[in-house]
Design a protein around this ligand. Structure first.
Ligand SMILES: [Zn+2]
Ligand SMILES: [Zn+2]
Length: 323
C-alpha cells in the first residue's frame, strides 16, 4: 500500500514539471506580448490595404479606357502616345485612391510602370508596383494585370471611325451603332476606291464586344447564314492579326503589329443584286488597305438585300463560300 502511494506521488511529480514549464512560457508571453500583437495589427492593415488597391486598380483602369476612348471620339483627334496618356490618367486616379490612406497614417504608393497591348486583344496589360509602409511593416509588391476592355459594366467604344471620318462629314450614334451617313463614301472616294457608294449610310458597332461565334468558321456554318446575321446584328468584334489593337486605335491606326481586333462595316440595305464587288466590308480594310471584296447576300426581306463584300481571306476565316 505504501509502495503504491509512493509510485503515484512520483508520477504526479513528473506531471508537475511540464505544468511549471507551461506557466513559465505563459508568463513570458504576457510580459512581451504587446509588441508582436501590434505588429500583427499593422500587418493586417497592410494586407487589407494591398488587397484594396489590387481590387480597385482594374476598375480604375477600365474607367480610364472608357473615358480616354470617349475623349478621342468627342474631338476626333488621335492620341500621340495612347500608352502614355492612359498610364498618366490611371496614375492620377490611383494617386487619388492612395491619398485616403495617408490620412490613416499608412504610407501607400502605387506606381503604374507600363500600359501596353497584351496577348489577348480584348485585354490591356497594366504593370504596377505597390509599396505600403505602416509602422515597422513594409510591404512591396509588383503587379501585372491583364485588364478587360469588354466588361459590360465599363463599355468601351471603338474610336477609329470617328478619327478616320472626322473631315469627311458627320457620324451619328444610335444605340450601339455608328451610322456613317455620307462620310465613309467621301473618305473612300478621297482614296479613289471604286464602288464606294455602297457605304452610303453604312453602319458599324460602337461598343467593343467579343464575338461568341468561336471558332470563327461557325459564322458560315448554317445554311442561311443565321450565325453571320446574328453576329452582325449584335455588332461583335473578332480577333485579328491585321486589325489594330485598342491602344493603337486610339492613335488613329487601323492596322498595327500587335494582335488586334476587327469588325464588319455593314452597307445599308441594297436593292442591287448585280453589284459584284466593292471595298471589303472589314473595318481595317476600309480604313487602311481599301482592297476589294466580292458581294455576299447574307439575308433579305421584302424591301431589299443585306450584303457584305468580302475577299477570300476573310471568307475563309469566317467559314463563308469562297469565289
Ligand atoms: Zn462574329
Ligand atoms: Zn497595336
Amino acid at each position: 500500500m505504501d509502495q503504491k502511494g509512493y509510485v503515484i506521488s512520483g508520477l504526479s511529480f513528473l506531471l508537475i514539471i511540464p505544468a511549471i514549464y507551461m506557466i513559465a512560457v505563459f508568463a513570458d508571453m504576457v510580459h512581451t506580448g504587446s509588441q508582436p500583437q501590434a505588429l500583427m495589427v499593422q500587418s493586417d492593415v497592410v494586407f487589407s490595404t494591398s488587397r484594396d488597391i489590387e481590387r480597385n486598380l482594374p476598375i480604375l483602369a477600365k474607367n480610364t479606357f472608357q473615358k480616354t476612348a470617349w475623349n478621342v471620339i468627342r474631338t476626333g483627334n488621335p492620341l500621340q502616345d495612347s500608352r502614355m496618356t492612359v498610364k498618366d490618367s490611371l496614375q492620377r486616379k490611383i494617386d487619388d485612391l492612395t491619398k485616403k490612406y495617408h490620412k490613416e497614417g499608412i504610407n501607400v504608393t502605387c506606381k503604374i510602370l507600363s500600359v501596353d497591348s497584351g496577348r489577348d486583344p480584348f485585354k490591356v496589360q497594366v504593370n504596377s508596383t505597390i509599396s505600403i509602409v505602416k509602422g515597422n511593416v513594409i510591404h512591396r509588391e509588383n503587379l501585372s494585370h491583364d485588364i478587360s476592355i469588354i466588361d459590360p459594366n465599363y463599355p468601351v467604344p471603338d474610336p477609329i471611325p470617328f478619327i478616320k471620318c472626322k473631315n469627311f462629314g458627320g457620324i451619328t450614334i444610335t444605340g450601339n451603332r455608328i451610322i456613317y451617313g455620307s462620310s465613309l463614301v467621301n473618305f473612300l472616294k478621297s482614296r479613289n476606291v471604286t464602288n464606294a457608294e455602297v457605304y452610303l449610310n453604312a453602319t458599324s458597332p460602337l461598343i467593343i464586344r467579343e464575338c461568341p461565334y468561336d471558332p470563327y468558321e461557325t459564322h458560315g456554318r448554317s445554311h442561311i447564314l443565321t450565325n453571320l446575321k446574328n453576329c452582325i446584328d449584335n455588332g461583335y468584334f473578332h480577333e485579328s492579326s491585321d486589325g489594330a489593337c485598342f491602344l493603337c486605335r486610339l492613335e488613329g491606326r487601323a492596322e498595327c503589329r500587335h494582335l488586334g481586333i476587327e469588325a464588319f462595316i455593314i452597307p445599308a440595305l441594297s436593292t442591287n443584286d448585280t453589284l459584284d464587288y466593292a471595298p471589303c466590308s472589314i473595318d481595317h480594310v476600309i480604313f487602311y488597305d481599301g482592297y476589294r471584296g466580292f458581294g455576299l447576300i447574307y439575308s433579305s426581306n421584302s424591301t431589299g438585300l443585306y450584303k457584305l463584300y468580302l475577299d477570300n481571306g476573310h471568307r475563309t476565316k469566317y467559314g463563308l463560300p469562297v469565289v
